[in-house]
Design a protein around this ligand. Structure first.
Ligand code: PTJ
Length: 248
């Protein structure tokens, strides 16, 4: 039992969720390593949603609201940390949920589907009737015809650079959530949210609710004004400034 007063309470709870998901077989073995890398960047960022991340979240919410067929791609780490919030976000944007795994096994697909259904998902794509996206050289090539294959906007948390690049080349808007601002995924995405997924998805839900009454023109302006590489530069500057003032 972790005490709420522990200074690293939130971080320890996330570790518990991650190890529990690994024990159940939901998480890939390397999902633990990926989480550790994320933790290190979260520490450097002050473990809160920074100003540049909040800007990216607003742009991402606008892009999701503008989408005709928005899809949220779910992997083991996402299912371990925020299954309920993913379902809530999909409902808020009228979007679909699709399982897409780097270390794909049928057993993990079934377990992740179960978690999402238990958390209220009405439909989970990516389990069968799959197409394969050309040029992706990993099990991540899977794409459901009604989901990622035909999506115009895809949210791909904790992703790898290859798929991000290929999805973008095929004309899709790609939104990522990745704590590493230097990753290829972050640099190649249309909109990168440099924040912990446990904060970013609830913040996205809030931003969608805030923006949902805006006109298409207003939403388009928010997306157009967002500059991904400039946003990453702002994040890196913030990490650097925290050397002198960790309160920033
Ligand atoms: O479930 P699978 O089989 O699809 O595998 C998923 C992992 C995450 C193991 C796989 O996609 C992978 O190996 O990812 P990478 O290449 O290690 O990238 C993960 C990225 O996510 C890294 O840049 C981490 O910094 C970042 N990250 C880790 N935890 C979080 C995070 N970003 C946001 N929130 C987190 N909690």
């Amino acid at each position: 039992m972790i005490s709420r007063d522990h200074p690293r309470y939130h971080s320890l709870i996330q570790r518990e969720m991650i190890t529990e998901a690994w024990r159940k077989g939901i998480l890939a073995d390397s999902g633990m390593i990926a989480h550790g890398r994320g933790e290190a960047f979260d520490y450097l960022l002050g473990e809160r949603t920074t100003e540049p991340a909040a800007k990216a979240i607003r742009a991402a919410a606008a892009a999701l609201l503008l989408a005709k067929n928005p899809v949220i791609s779910v992997n083991g780490n996402t299912a371990a940390l925020v299954p309920g919030a993913v379902v809530e976000l999909a409902d808020a944007i009228g979007g679909k949920i699709e399982i897409n795994l780097f270390h794909r096994t049928e057993k993990r697909v079934r377990l992740i589907e179960e978690v999402l259904l238990e958390n209220g998902a009405r439909e989970v794509l990516g389990t069968d009737k799959l197409l394969y996206i050309d040029d992706i050289k990993s099990p991540r090539a899977t794409a459901s015809p009604d989901g990622i294959y035909s999506a115009d906007v895809v949210l791909v948390p904790l992703e790898d650079g290859d798929r991000t690049e290929i999805l973008r080349k095929s004309g899709k808007t790609v939104i990522t959530i990745d704590l590493n601002p230097l990753s290829r995924t972050s640099r190649k995405a249309s909109i990168s949210i440099t924040d912990n997924i446990v904060r970013a998805i609830p913040a996205l839900i809030e931003a969608v609710r805030e923006l949902e009454d805006l006109s298409r023109d207003e939403l388009e302006l928010i997306v157009e004004e967002f500059d991904n590489l400039e946003n990453i530069r702002e994040t890196l500057k913030l990490i650097d400034l925290r050397r002198y003032n960790p309160e920033l």
